[in-house]
Design a protein around this ligand. Structure first.
Ligand code: GLY
Length: 393
């Protein structure tokens, strides 16, 4: 269970140092970091931890969802992965609870000959950027993961791919934020209030109130680009990328580590949890913010998952859900100050929000402290929307 947002509204007479608009994994991790740095912080979200992060599977896989041409992004993702062991330790200590962080290797498999070719290309990409993987024959794959189908066409063992229980993670972040005196508002930020010079002086919420602060961090996922009260071109382009995810419940272990695969060109992953459940994901759908769980998508996920691991047939379909990843035109995040003094963004993390939460929180802390961001963020400050004049950096 995620702790419910702390009871009571934030003190409207208070002036905060920072308003964090959005209580997803990025907003919560950033708020926790800022509060530990001594800032007075309020997180504004009607349901903290219940957006995309709640639906996710919690894979921390730096290079599995990257493509040729995305090397700077992969460098950021790899640096993000390196933060995880320390972040997990510090968070568990602060929250006094586990987050189900498991530093394990993932097995990636191919279902047919063309999947094998596509997988080999992905492995070559990994090797070209210095990330190893051990290629496995089909029987080696099945030796590593006995539940795999005899029909698979081989695969690879990918080191340093971790997982975290995303729901335990947000519960721990809320607890750690509470302990660090972060305030919570169960409203939504609708716009940013600017002073006569055009600098931030607070955030306006949908209950008509203004939370006074010199700094606002826009961390509302894809909805960040809808923040009002700002000059044209201040915010980047973001869009919701729908993903269906299933949770299958079991009474005995079926898998002991994450399996990713290609099944007739479709990507699939199966992430086992300590309670013997398996999280199966995910579709990647450019259909806008359509909240419906659709039969075809559920069928397609189950069809691919059982092609790799037939034993899922015995599990209970416990949950089917959709989430919306914050997609940007180049699949990369926007983390930095905007041209509006006092307004920074931490959004656009697309398929890697959980992976990038610790390094993004570190970057947000650095922005507010006026210190250097991790070097890997250099290409990923706030970029203007297509057609806007280039920003002065
Ligand atoms: N990172 C998993 C997904 O976006 O499906």
């Amino acid at each position: 269970m995620v702790p419910s947002p702390p009871a009571g509204a934030p003190d409207m007479r208070a002036t905060y140092d920072v308003v964090v608009a959005g209580g997803g994994v990025i907003g919560l991790a950033s708020a926790w970091t800022l509060a530990r740095d001594g800032r007075r912080v309020v997180v504004v979200d009607p349901a903290p931890g219940h957006g995309a992060v709640w639906v996710a599977a919690g894979m921390l896989a730096p290079a599995n969802e990257a493509h040729f041409g995305e090397e700077p992004l992969v460098r950021l993702l790899v640096a993000a992965g390196q933060r995880w062991p320390d972040f997990a330790r510090a968070l568990e200590e602060a929250a006094g609870r586990t987050i189900g962080f498991i530093p394990s290797d993932t097995v990636v498999v191919a279902c047919d000959a063309s999947d094998r070719t596509a997988l080999d290309q992905l492995l070559s990409f990994r090797e070209s950027i210095g990330l190893g993987a051990r290629r496995l024959s089909a029987s080696e794959c099945r030796h590593a993961i006995p539940a795999l189908s005899p029909a698979i066409r081989g695969g690879a063992e990918v080191p340093n791919e971790y997982q975290v229980d995303n729901r335990l993670l947000v519960g721990a972040l809320i607890e750690a934020c509470r302990s660090a005196d972060v305030q919570f508002s169960s409203a939504s930020v609708t716009s940013v209030e600017l002073d006569h010079s055009g600098a931030v002086r607070g955030a306006v919420t949908d209950d008509g109130l203004t939370l006074a602060a010199d700094t606002v961090i826009g961390a509302m996922g894809w909805q960040t680009s809808g923040l009002g009260g700002l000059p044209p071109g201040a915010l980047p382009e973001l869009r919701p990328v729908k993903g269906h995810v299933l949770r299958l419940a079991g009474s005995a272990p079926l898998l002991h580590r994450t399996v990713r695969g290609l099944v007739h060109g479709r990507s699939i992953y199966l992430v086992p949890r300590r309670d013997h459940s398996v999280v199966v994901g995910a579709t990647v759908e450019e259909v806008g913010a359509d909240p419906r769980v659709q039969a075809g998508a559920v069928h397609s996920l189950l069809d691919s998952a059982r092609a790799l691991v037939p034993g899922i047939d015995e599990l209970e379909l416990a949950e089917s859900a959709v989430g919306f990843r914050p997609g940007s035109p180049d699949n990369a995040p926007h983390v930095g100050w905007t041209d509006v003094p006092g307004l920074a963004l931490a959004t656009g993390h697309f398929r890697n929000g959980i992976l990038m939460a610790p390094i993004t929180a570190e970057a947000v802390g650095a922005l507010v402290n006026g210190s250097e961001l991790p070097a890997e963020f250099a290409p990923f400050g706030v970029r203007p929307p297509t057609g806007s004049p280039a920003r002065s950096q």
